[in-house]
Design a protein around this ligand. Sequence first.
Ligand code: ZN
Length: 311
Amino acid sequence: MNYPIMKKLSLLAGLMTWTWLVPTAQARLNVVATTPDFGTIAKEIGGDRVEVTTLAKPTEDPHFVDAKPSFIVKLNRADALIEGGAELEIGWLPPLLEGARNPRLESGKPGRISCVEGIALLEVPSSLDRSKGDLHAAGNPHYTTDPTNIKIVARHICDSFCVLDEKSCEYFKANLKKFDEQLEAKTAEWEKLLQPFKGNRIVTYHNSWIYFAKRFGLRMDLYLEPKPGIPPTPSHLEEVIQQMKTDNIHVIIVEPHLNHKTAEAVAAHTGASVLDFAPYPGGAKGTEGSMVQWMDVLVHSLAKALAENAR
Ligand SMILES: [Zn+2]
């Protein structure tokens, strides 16, 4: 018996079995999303036809994601990359993409899905100015805090998936329809719930919630940070405290990755409540994997805090 040949044959048989299995394994689109909002929408639309990896954790600052070397491998193998754009990922994504050398993810390719397309960005400055460390130099990139924008992003992702996997297009469209119906029904409910608080002013740590505020008729335009990404200074906080007293502001919103103690200190001076606000699905208990669940928790917790603090 010629053992080396036997060995080669069994290896070949193994490879053939593997090759036979590959088409099933590859039928799923391999998708990388930068942040958990896009990753969640991709899963809700892509269902079992996509494999989604999300780079940023739900409790991580989306402007400063810990760029692990394993991300390069994931990007190298991806069929598609879903990003927020508007410079949200400018501080960490470009070097990863450079390392990944994946032509499918080049700008303008169907695999490069930039969700900002079709979004009416707020706070777009007339000229780019990063000199003072402003992280929102291209406009406010936190647009998925408005359910209407979530709908736009979901459609964009669905259309992109249809181009990348034509055979599954009807399936993606059916998922989008379900997603839209659920979101629309819930949005009406959320608007009703926040209706009594129209015009209320709320302090937020970072300027992440203006889209949310605009949708629900609230004001979230006073921040603990003097500029997005610039840590609070004593003089700025003093101004915020004075403004809170003048305007009767009783709620401060803080995201999990930001300094809770600073918010507590301001709250102690003003008698306000500090409310944890998860910027992404999975950032609060029971919200993982569903944009609606996430928004539902936000709206209910805010309505409760505003009702308790109404004076
Ligand atoms: Zn920001």
